[in-house]
Design a protein around this ligand. Structure first.
Ligand SMILES: NC(=O)c1ccc[n+]([C@@H]2O[C@H](COP(=O)([O-])OP(=O)(O)OC[C@H]3O[C@@H](n4cnc5c(N)ncnc54)[C@H](O)[C@@H]3O)[C@@H](O)[C@H]2O)c1
Length: 275
């Protein structure tokens, strides 16, 4: 059976990243034309080359989600290429070491990277990426989507949105703000046919998180052990396990009465009190 998604156009910000890449791969296989937008030109080129020759077309745009003028130019080029935009996946985001405390709890003997020494610039930069990095593309791309009347937006929140993880104050607050904005924007667009939802991934085993969960001898670090103790399924997720949720939320036929939700994909992490 032919998918309802064939011939539609999806914009994926942060599309050269680990999760964005996997999502782009699945969408082009299904016949969706995908425009990946990312700050990292090298990664963009690699992903774009790898995904050529699928049923859907793939194109790439070097684009900073915090630069409204670049976003406008990118939207114009995508419209020139495909003539329509149906889906927006706001994947650009992430934590930064410069917005991370060294310790989980305040320790007066530790002078490096306590909450009190993180600079306002670095905190603001991280908050901007995670919150306005979702808001600005939503402002720029959504007006093109209104015509299709069956468009869908997917934002990326996190487990941090419900209860903040230690060490990462602005990432946690930014992802909580994304979940809140998802509800706000869903309501705002409710009469247009465009649905706005978010995914809250749990803890995924990726090249990037390997550094966070394992030491150089590939032994699991205490923080990773704590996560698994709090995850009823007792394992990390793999990026492919997000794809079904993305397809479900994009497909009008499957989820047309769903808007404003943040859907956890977390192996049960959110449902477990630890006891
Ligand atoms: N991987 C996880 O376990 C996990 C868990 C919860 C939430 N998330 C969220 O999911 C999203 C994707 O995560 P990921 O694991 O693929 O991360 P990733 O770092 O692999 O991908 C993020 C991409 O965003 C791009 N980017 C960064 N700043 C940008 C900017 N200003 N403009 C445009 N692009 C920019 C990066 O170049 C990168 O390619 C992020 O929002 C992340 O916070 C990830």
């Amino acid at each position: 059976m032919e998918s309802n998604l064939v011939g539609k156009t999806a914009v994926i910000t942060g599309g050269a990243g680990i999760l964005g890449h996997v999502i782009a791969q699945e969408l082009v296989k299904k016949g969706v034309n995908v425009a990946i937008c990312d700050l990292d030109e090298e990664k963009l080129n690699t992903v774009c080359q790898e995904l050529q020759g699928n049923k859907g077309n793939i194109s790439s745009f070097v684009c900073d989600v915090l630069d409204v003028e670049i976003l406008k130019k990118t939207a114009t080029k995508i419209m020139e290429n495909y003539g329509r935009i149906d889906f927006l996946i706001n994947g650009a985001g992430g934590n930064s070491p410069s917005a991370t405390t060294e310790q989980e709890y305040y320790d007066s003997s530790s002078k490096e990277n306590s909450f009190f020494t993180l600079t306002p610039e670095n905190l603001r930069k991280n908050m901007d990426l995670n919150f306005f990095g979702t808001v600005f593309p939503s402002q720029i791309f959504t007006p093109y989507m209104v015509e299709s009347q069956q468009g869908a937006i997917i934002n990326f929140s996190s487990m941090n949105a419900y209860t903040p993880l230690t060490k990462i104050p602005t990432y946690s607050a930014g992802k909580a703000a994304v979940a809140n904005f998802t509800q706000w924007f869903a309501n705002y667009l409710a009469h247009t046919g465009i649905r706005v939802n978010a995914i809250a991934p749990g803890f995924f085993d990726t090249i990037q998180t390997k550094k966070l969960w394992y030491n150089e001898q590939n032994q699991m670090l205490p923080r990773a052990k704590k996560i698994l103790e709090r995850t009823p399924m007792q394992r990390f997720g793999v990026p492919q396990e997000l794809v079904g949720t993305v397809l479900f939320l994009l497909d009008y036929e499957q989820s047309r009465f769903i808007t404003g939700i943040t859907l956890p994909v977390d192996g049960g992490f959110l449902s477990y009190s630890g006891i």
